[in-house]
Design a protein around this ligand. Structure first.
Ligand code: ZN
Length: 477
């Protein structure tokens, strides 16, 4: 009897994910669900690759890390890949591991390629997950949806060569190098002092700068203005970042011996990245033969988590178009971080880069979790909201948000039916957005949230898919 027939007849499972069924040379496999957990059912000789419980006619395997590695061997499309420098890509964070299926359903309607596994070390720590678990969730989602176009795994916002090496060892196919630790704050000096600082640089270096910046036709064509004072400041702020980029590339990425996408993140700082600074970093990489696949400048205005862009859209358009031209000249994608809910900005980056962009979102899948719970599990929502109020001061130390707790309606005055309205107001939205670490630290509530998601997958997936659809439609993808 075939595996599917067998499973249908024994009736142990609420759901058989037909799309995930695969016939291999010596066996079959398919994903099933008992209404809470998902499993892999495997028959034939390939069962020997997996660990599980023997049932009549098949092996029932937990969707764990060990079995995911076996799956990657048998079905290579379930393993993460790198994307190289072409095309548009989208980074989806999935904090709890339940959003990947919705992300796949949304992205497969577009030409965009998905980074389905993407967590910073901070996010991993706050959600008590490892990068391996994040990839496990993505790999099983890819199998469940039979998504064969490839997905990437981003070791996100890593700051040191050691962090990058660890990310690569865990299987990351993309590294986002966050340079914020080494970006030097600008010193308060007069132009004369800056010129003196510049003239103190070695003659060889200044000769290089003449060709690369002061007398470079490309820079002129891009509308960039370099003079000695500008260059002095760029050396001051970016010298250590340029050294870090080179070090990480040659000591961690190249030795890995497999293609790894390399994003340079300049965005986690207070200073806006000028087009001149972007060009400076890009030209230094080109000279050193460092190949980046994307660069994320800090754009003008405020990109706060989970709310619309705050700032002057005309000014953003003017500067973003120069950043896009620089990225195009050097051949990599222009990258936008904190892209969730920036519906006014997404069309701009799509247009100005001609579709050659990377957009990163992270916490938006978590807010969808909060929203679905506010609609369908009011008692659980109230527990989460109470914890969020307790944890907000701590969370505000690591996230830049306006969130004014005084403006959040007291929970005791809000009826169950009105709870979802909290997600419509910026203050309460950000309150719930940035306190996920504090909420999840409470193991009972954490488990209750996971149980809700396991037993309400379809509800959550429908909401999340719709949210990502709106992002792609803003990108005209
Ligand atoms: Zn960033």
């Amino acid at each position: 009897m075939s595996l599917l027939q067998e499973l249908r007849e024994n009736g142990d499972f609420i759901r058989i994910y037909d799309q995930s069924w695969h016939q291999l040379a010596n066996g079959e496999l398919v994903m099933v669900s008992d209404g809470v957990e998902r499993y892999l059912a495997v028959s034939g000789d390939i069962s020997s690759h997996f660990h599980g419980v023997r049932k009549s006619g098949y092996l029932l395997c937990p969707t764990n890390h060990e079995n995911r590695l076996a799956l990657n061997e048998l079905l290579p499309f379930t393993a993460p890949v790198s994307f190289g420098r072409e095309g548009s890509t989208f980074g989806f964070g999935d904090r709890l591991g339940f959003a990947n299926t919705a992300q796949i359903r949304a992205v497969r309607k577009t030409n965009v390629r998905p980074v389905l596994a993407q967590q910073s070390l901070r996010e991993l720590q706050l959600t008590s997950r490892s990068i391996e678990q994040v990839v496990d969730a993505a790999a099983y989602a890819v199998l469940q949806e039979n998504y064969r176009a490839g997905y990437a795994c981003d070791g996100d916002h890593l700051k040191t060569p050691e962090e990058v090496k660890a990310g690569i060892a865990s299987g990351a196919t993309m590294i986002t190098l966050d340079c914020s630790l080494v970006l030097q704050p600008l010193a308060d000096q007069t132009d004369e002092q800056w010129a003196a600082f510049y003239n103190g640089l070695p003659e060889q270096r200044r000769a290089r700068d003449r060709a690369d910046y002061l007398e470079n036709d490309v820079a002129d064509t891009l509308g960039l203005h370099f003079d000695v004072v500008t260059l002095a400041k760029l050396h001051w702020v970016y010298a250590a970042a340029n050294a870090l980029i080179r070090d990480v590339y040659f000591s961690a990425l190249l030795p890995a011996g497999r293609p790894i996408d390399f994003e340079i993140s300049l965005d986690e700082t207070v200073e806006t990245t000028t087009p001149e600074a972007h060009f400076f970093v890009a030209r230094e990489m080109e000279r050193e033969k460092v190949v980046a696949t994307s660069v994320a400048p800090k754009f003008v205005g405020e990109f706060q988590k989970a709310i619309e862009y705050i700032g002057d859209l005309d000014e953003l358009r003017a500067t973003m178009s120069v950043h896009a031209a620089i990225a195009e000249y050097f051949g990599y994608r222009l990258s936008l971080h904190s892209g969730s809910e920036k519906f006014a900005v997404l069309p701009l980056i799509a247009e100005l880069t001609h579709g050659h962009y990377h957009v990163k979102t992270s916490g938006t899948s978590w807010l969808e979790v909060v929203e679905v719970i506010s609609k369908h599990a009011p008692a659980l929502y109230r527990k989460m909201h109470t914890l969020a109020l307790e944890g907000i001061d701590e969370a505000k130390r690591s996230y830049v948000v306006h969130c004014d707790v005084q403006k959040v309606r007291p929970l005791c005055e809000v009826s169950d039916e009105e709870l979802p309205e909290y997600l419509l107001h910026n203050d309460s939205r950000q309150l719930m957005h940035i306190t996920y670490g504090y909420i999840l630290r409470h193991e009972d509530v954490h488990q209750e949230i996971l149980h809700f998601l396991k037993t309400n997958r379809a509800l959550y997936e429908a909401e999340a898919e719709e949210l990502y659809d709106r992002h792609f439609s803003a990108l005209h993808a």
